[in-house]
Design a protein around this ligand. Sequence first.
Ligand SMILES: NC(=O)C1=CN([C@@H]2O[C@H](COP(=O)(O)OP(=O)(O)OC[C@H]3O[C@@H](n4cnc5c(N)ncnc54)[C@H](OP(=O)(O)O)[C@@H]3O)[C@@H](O)[C@H]2O)C=CC1
Ligand SMILES: O=C(O)C1=N[C@H](C(=O)O)C[C@H](O)C1
Length: 266
Amino acid sequence: MTQRIQLAVNGAAGRMGRRIVALAAADDELQIVAALEHADSTLQGADAGELAGVGNLGIPITAELVDRPDVIIDFSLPAGLLAIARTCAERRIPLVAATTGLSQEERDTVLATSQEAPLILAPNMSMAVNLGMKLVGEASKALNGRGDGVDVEIIERHHRFKEDAPSGTALKFGEIVAEEMGQTDHVHGRHGATGKRPQSEIGYHALRTGDNVGEHTIVFGMMGETLEVTVRGHTRDSYAYGALAAAKFLASQSAGLYTMEDVLGL
Ligand SMILES: NC(=O)C1=CN([C@@H]2O[C@H](COP(=O)(O)OP(=O)(O)OC[C@H]3O[C@@H](n4cnc5c(N)ncnc54)[C@H](OP(=O)(O)O)[C@@H]3O)[C@@H](O)[C@H]2O)C=CC1
Ligand SMILES: O=C(O)C1=N[C@H](C(=O)O)C[C@H](O)C1
């Protein structure tokens, strides 16, 4: 029998961490070897499988990574990602980094990990969202320079518990559009006497309602017609399956920066 890929999960007691634990526990190619949380977590010592609803796995939530797993998946907070990225660089452990809400400086710090270890840093691991990014890139290229102008607005909806806005995915969509169309002003919501809308803007609108697991709509508004690209998550497993695929991909790579396009073959 081939050796299973030994997986550690950072943020293992969170909404995403629990889905990663549950799906990895049912995956013949993976073995969960560590479930990490910050030292102050009230869930220290609890069994990761029990928390994830898949029964006792004999893997307690802990703050310390004792052994060297083949790969780590992180869904935590910026501070948690920065700490685990440091560990991955020191021990040359492949890292799938999914946490959003990083400052530019934090992002650069995490990206530097790729000099020592294989790294994917992606705001969204879902197949549909990553395909949506390709489609939005194509649309932006095709619409660039259109005579009567194209107004791009990005609307995202997430659950009430989300701690960052706009979503990392919305920002990435904006980056993709701006790369093709050249908008330089990124505007977050509008209020008051805004004046006419300049073509140099991309507008971002973050809705926070109930238990929404994530929706993104990219609006290309023109004179006479509108094109919209929408991606809707139905469950968190859309992200979790992508993260597990990324972990399997990354476990056998050498140090460097990889993308979800590499993983998904897009
Ligand atoms: N790339 C992608 O595809 C996706 C990315 N995300 C991103 O993943 C992140 C987590 O989302 P979600 O699971 O919903 O959030 P949760 O708040 O449910 O989970 C985060 C977990 O990380 C824990 N944590 C906090 N600080 C640390 C630390 N220093 N070290 C280790 N663990 C820590 C939290 O503990 P405590 O609750 O005690 O603070 C919590 O258990 C967010 O940034 C979100 O935007 C989410 C979905 C998809
Ligand atoms: O916090 C979430 O839930 C999500 N966060 C990610 C983001 O900020 O883009 C990805 C997904 O939309 C779910």
